[in-house]
Design a protein around this ligand. Structure first.
Ligand code: NAD
Length: 487
């Protein structure tokens, strides 16, 4: 069988290379975290399929790159239209495949997928100005040219959203794309390929290679014909990819893990602080940006902890297709083991599990209970390493200086959330926070035009708006002399 019947559609389980379906002799099993059901067998690609996909993207590049931004934009808007017409199917497929809430896929994530494509198509047409300035009578003309075949490698926590946030600017730039989706949630990438093809995206402009990272992803990163690599995932994988990319000096954009703080200053609106802290359990904690370290100023810590515990006790965990569910399952039993390992080691190191700390077996084996860990020893693993599950820690601090030191006290710097009632104080605090994105009295407000990326080990580079084009496009300066013209 080369398709899976899911959410009322047939999703192909093979690769999409050069505008046609290509299978592999071997497959891997795709399991739904919702109920542990086997969804199907997916083609398990290797270097043959990876090389074929790069060859297809290389062959398609000149014609795609030659189109004007307006011509490319028209095709990309047609792709976005078709995606928009299939939001319901995409949302249902993604929920069964990665376990995230159906209502958030329907109302937030998939509409954002559509926007990822529209926004960057329009940006090239309307906002990518080509500055011209003079140097001693000479004119500098800056342009953002297409780069070439671009490899995009994505994780499972928001597969299609994270993929299209790169596919959009890459295709709009005139690059062709090879996507390696996550092996734990591979289906929406495949369905997206069909939707894009139906909408008129030319063969070879977008390709999908399914498979495990070291087998299907690594050969993509080692191929000398690749012009750009965009990787979203963990720090250890980024190190492997950076070494591979160095072989051919391929520029990389890395969006990696985090251990972000939610800092609650003692002048904060406590109800707002509790709301924002509870939000950090979203997507069962599988959000790179999550502020999983609650840092609370000592004077309000007791009251905050009381109100937070009351709210946490009311969180409704369950089937992600149920409208009232707030937290669904975690992606895979191996991931559940990883989360449990973190909690067990935290306990062994002397921390206290205030609540949660185990699988909610009444619902199913993929559902880790929302957990809070307190009194963890300074510098211990649970306070410094990314769990990527519904596990928050709480620490207290006395002065703003101490809070700042705690907030900056990990090797990561992806994001931070600060809750304060005093604008000047918040500004002083944020000025010294090391993070790619800081939210003050809010969380997860993401504008596609704003720069996004991580400091320290949380990433290399920024994407969003012009920053995306600085990466995906080849920025060129052409200098025209006032001399030598014959007409
Ligand atoms: P991962 O690094 O294990 O895998 C990510 C992707 O890389 C997968 O598609 C995988 O198949 C592929 N891969 C693995 N080894 C590879 C190799 N040798 N060569 C090429 N590709 C390879 O990460 P994960 O567990 O899937 O995702 C969770 C991580 O992603 C967390 O650390 C999370 O914080 C991070 N993340 C970051 C962002 C961000 O924007 N900063 C967004 C979402 C997730």
């Amino acid at each position: 069988m080369s398709t899976i019947a899911i959410a009322g559609v047939e999703v192909d389980t093979r690769h999409w290379i050069g505008g046609r379906r290509v299978g592999s002799a071997e497959t891997f099993t795709d399991v739904s975290p919702v109920d542990g059901a086997i969804l199907g067998e997916i083609s398990r690609g290797g270097s043959t399929e990876a090389d074929a996909a790069v060859a297809a993207a290389t062959a398609a590049f000149p014609a795609w790159a030659r189109l004007t931004p307006r011509e490319r934009g028209a095709i990309l808007h047609a792709v976005a239209d078709n995606v928009e017409a299939h939001i319901e199917q995409l949302a249902n497929i993604e929920t069964l495949d990665n376990g995230s809430l159906l209502r958030s896929h329907l109302r937030g994530v998939m509409p954002r997928v559509v926007m990822n494509i529209r926004f960057f198509a329009d940006y090239v047409i309307n906002d990518l100005h080509h500055p011209v300035w003079e140097t001693r009578g000479h004119e500098n003309h800056v342009s953002w040219d297409p780069s070439g075949p671009t490899v995009i490698i994505t994780p499972w926590n928001a597969p299609l959203m994270l993929a299209t946030w790169r596919i959009g600017p890459a295709l709009a730039s005139g690059d062709t794309v090879i996507l390696k989706p996550p092996e734990w949630a591979p289906l929406t990438a495949s369905y997206f390929a069909d939707l894009a093809h139906e909408a008129g995206l030319p063969a070879g402009v977008f390709n999908v290679v399914q498979g495990y990272g070291p087998e299907a992803g690594a050969p993509l990163t080692l191929n000398p014909d690749v012009a750009r690599i965009c990787f979203t995932g963990s720090v250890p994988t980024a190190k492997v990819i950076a070494r591979n990319a160095a072989e051919n000096l391929i520029p990389c954009s890395f969006e990696l893990g985090g251990k972000s703080p939610t800092v609650i200053l003692d002048d904060a609106d406590l109800d707002l602080a509790v709301d924002l802290a509870i939000e950090q359990y979203d997507n069962a904690g599988q959000v790179c940006l999550a502020g999983t370290r609650l840092l609370v100023q000592a004077g309000i810590a007791e009251e905050f902890a009381k109100r937070f515990a009351e709210r946490a006790a009311q969180i409704r965990q369950g089937d992600p297709r149920d409208e009232s569910t707030q937290i669904g399952p975690n992606i895979h039993l191996k991931h559940i083991e990883r989360i449990q390992g973190f909690v067990d080691r935290a306990r062994a190191a002397g921390a206290t599990v205030a609540y949660g700390g185990e699988v909610n077996t009444a619902i199913g084996s993929h559902y880790f209970t929302p957990t809070l860990i307190v009194d963890a020893p300074a510098g211990s693993e649970i306070l410094t390493q990314e769990v990527f599950g519904p596990v928050l820690t709480m620490q207290t601090f006395d002065t703003d200086e101490e809070g700042l030191a705690q907030a900056n006290g990990t090797e990561f710097g992806l994001a931070a959330c600060v809750v304060s009632g005093n604008r000047e104080r918040a500004e002083r605090f944020c000025a010294h926070l090391v993070a790619g994105t800081i939210w003050v009295n809010c969380f997860f407000v993401r504008d596609l035009a704003a720069p996004f990326g991580g400091s320290k080990k949380s990433g290399i580079g920024r994407e969003g708006g012009l920053w995306s084009f600085d990466f995906y496009a080849d920025v060129k300066n052409t200098v025209y002399s006032p001399n030598g013209w014959k007409e």
